[in-house]
Design a binder for this molecule. Structure first.
Ligand SMILES: Nc1ncnc2c1ncn2[C@@H]1O[C@H](COP(=O)(O)OP(=O)(O)O)[C@@H](O)[C@H]1O
Ligand SMILES: [Mg+2]
Length: 295
């Protein structure tokens, strides 16, 4: 991607940023899905995954509805990350299907990660995966890559459609920066920032993809109580303001109970509970799995 000098950006974006601060009126929808709330968005059926003798997932069935925060919980090693990795194309399921309704009949279980991303599935990782040397802005801008139309001829010049496209990209990124209150860090290298802020940048990069579905693998791991509350607030904001559907893996039960519409419980690679937070907490199998794991 061709990046013009800072002065050009400053002029192109300053007015827009000021308007955002005044109105909080976002022009660009951060959600890539137009399905009505409640419609099934992601349908996982009979998904299994094996690593040699280890059965990481066995016959997992799971439906994520549009417009929900759907949490996946379970003891360590239960298969939570493996499940997200199957959805995002990093792991190839041994059996089963993963259908994303916004992508017609394509089975995500058969696609490589870059194709899954293009279909509108964004994710954050359990460990931070950012470019330390790059600024907050540049890291978030990378999330726009899948949407930037590449035309080598146009890219040689900074005018016309190329200019309009770049300004649109920057406006959207400004909205993400604004929504996640990252303005003051915009030009700082990510590597120098506090852990909690880095996690927020990672969230921003995923959001900048305008995903249909956002997968978050323990976005609050390693955070102190205050940072966790902040992150929970941002996830709720994304959900409410942008209408995004979120699949969240989280250990902290109080957070899960607070912000989830629906919870699925995994244990030894199998679904042992599914329902509202209240239903799941009252499920004897779930209580046993948690007590058994000493949590
Ligand atoms: N890349 C891998 N290679 C081999 N085994 C793996 C791999 N990823 C996960 N596993 C195994 O799959 C099981 C589930 O792991 P994981 O999905 O990371 O659990 P969780 O995220 O719930 O803690 C574990 O037994 C783990 O050791
Ligand atoms: Mg994990």
């Amino acid at each position: 991607m061709k990046t013009p000098g800072n002065d050009v950006w400053t002029v192109a974006v300053a007015d827009y940023e000021e308007k955002l601060v005044r109105t909080r009126a976002y022009q660009h929808s951060l959600s890539g899905s137009t399905l009505p709330p409640g419609e099934p968005l992601l349908e996982i059926s009979d998904l299994s995954l094996r690593f040699g003798g280890v059965k990481a997932l066995t016959d997992v069935n799971l439906t994520v509805e549009t417009g929900t925060i759907h949490s996946i919980i379970g003891p360590n090693g239960a298969g939570k990350s493996s499940l997200l990795n199957c959805v995002s194309g990093l792991y190839k399921a041994t059996a089963g299907q993963i259908l994303l309704q916004t992508s017609g009949t394509k089975d995500l279980a058969k696609l490589p990660p870059h194709k899954v991303a293009r279909l509108g599935v964004a994710r954050s990782f359990q460990n931070i995966e950012l470019f330390d040397q790059l600024s907050v802005l540049d890291n978030i801008m990378l999330g726009r890559h899948i949407h930037i139309k590449k035309d080598p001829f146009m890219a040689m010049f900074w005018f016309g459609p190329a200019k309009r496209q770049e300004i649109r990209q920057r406006e959207l990124v400004e909205e993400v920066i604004h929504l996640l209150k990252l303005q003051q860090y915009r030009n700082q290298p990510v590597g120098a920032l506090a852990y909690g802020i880095q996690k927020r940048v990672e969230l921003g990069r995923a959001l900048a993809m305008q995903p249909s579905l956002l997968l978050l693998d323990e976005p609050m791991a390693g955070m102190n109580v205050e940072e966790k509350e902040d992150m929970a607030r941002y996830i709720l904001d994304i959900h409410e303001l942008a209408g995004l559907t979120v699949v969240l893996i989280e250990h902290d039960m109080s957070v899960v109970m607070d912000i989830s519409n629906r919870v699925t419980v995994l244990d030894f690679g199998k679904v042992i509970g599914d329902g509202t937070p209240e239903e799941v907490m009252a499920n004897p199998k779930v209580i046993e799995a948690y007590l058994g794991a000493g949590e």
